[in-house]
Design a protein around this ligand. Structure first.
Ligand SMILES: C[S@@+](CC[C@H](N)C(=O)[O-])C[C@H]1O[C@@H](n2cnc3c(N)ncnc32)[C@H](O)[C@@H]1O
Length: 278
């Protein structure tokens, strides 16, 4: 395969940005070509320009999805950045439990769930705090742009090596044996709803969220897209709602004053501003 030229890289980076909001710096040229070489071989295309031409065709939706699958970084783990789950258990869930027990609606959102570990970690934390959660109106929405990841997440099956970070008590309580590792128990899955969702497109929700986890994804976005997202999160959170972000991320831009830090990379919507844009 001839090396990817700067022009070809710029064309591909523009397409990726258009579709996903992911910003690829020129330093990512090698990474991008390594990730899409397999697509070029599978499609028997001579070079990256031919691939760009294909992506620019009106009927390119399927290949654009394949490109997206190839370029997304899906690294995740159960109870990754564990302090968020401690915070959830100690600070966030107690008042939500009271709300749920009095018939209220409780919604949590894993907004870039990858293969599901983050969403299931939220569900396990909820079940530890509220064992009868399924009898109340408590749901966890788990979404990702990558259709392959959403399928994996929904399947809820994990090989032994993906389970590091999980205590033996949690393994026993929330998983059952599966031929290729462990499978999430139905009483955990029933709290979850999975779907494909591009954070930069419209969000088909009618209600608001009590908690949003959007961790380790905005690092891939450019500044305007990232800052726009903070404002959108503030607008779909309940007045007492929380936003958890990744360890190397920060809330910046015009929407920053709509949040206040309440823990390590944990934020609460500033109460008097929650309804600003509604
Ligand atoms: C590194 S993983 C983070 C997973 C999890 N949140 C965590 O912290 O462990 C980043 C995820 O963001 C997803 N993603 C990238 N761009 C996205 C977009 N525009 N909308 C929704 N998800 C996106 C990727 O597909 C990937 O699964």
């Amino acid at each position: 395969m001839p090396p990817m030229s700067a022009k070809q890289f710029a064309r591909l980076a523009r397409i990726v940005h258009e579709d996903t909001g992911i910003y690829l710096a020129e330093t990512k040229r090698g990474l991008l070509s390594a990730r899409i070489n397999r697509r070029l071989r599978a499609l028997r295309l001579a070079d990256y320009s031919a691939y760009c031409d294909m992506l620019d065709q009106p009927d390119s939706a399927e290949e654009r999805r394949a490109l997206l699958v190839a370029i997304t970084t899906n690294v995740t783990a159960f109870f990754r950045e564990a302090h968020h789950f401690d915070f959830l258990a100690q600070q966030v869930l107690p008042p939500l439990l009271a709300k749920a027990r009095s018939g209220g609606r409780v919604r949590l959102w894993s907004a870039a769930c990858s293969s599901g570990e983050e969403a299931y970690s939220i569900a396990m934390t909820v079940l530890e705090a509220i064992p009868d959660a399924a009898r109340h109106d408590i749901r966890i929405l788990a979404t990702d742009i990558d259709p392959d990841m959403v399928l994996k997440a929904r399947a809820g099956r994990y090989s032994e090596e993906r389970l590091h970070g999980l205590s033996s008590a949690r393994r026993a309580k929330f998983f059952t044996a599966a031929p290729d590792g462990l499978a999430i128990r139905p009483e955990v899955s029933e709290l979850l709803r999975f779907g494909e969702l591009n954070l930069h497109k419209s969000w088909p929700f009618s209600g608001r969220f009590d908690v949003i986890f959007c961790r380790n994804v905005v690092i891939y976005f450019d500044v305007p897209m990232r800052q726009n997202l903070w404002g959108r999160f503030a607008s779909v959170l309940n007045p007492e709602g929380y936003l958890m972000i990744g360890h190397s991320e920060r809330i910046d831009g015009p929407a920053a004053n709509r949040f206040r830090a309440v823990g390590t990379t944990a934020y609460k919507v500033a109460q008097d501003r929650a309804d600003q844009s509604n």
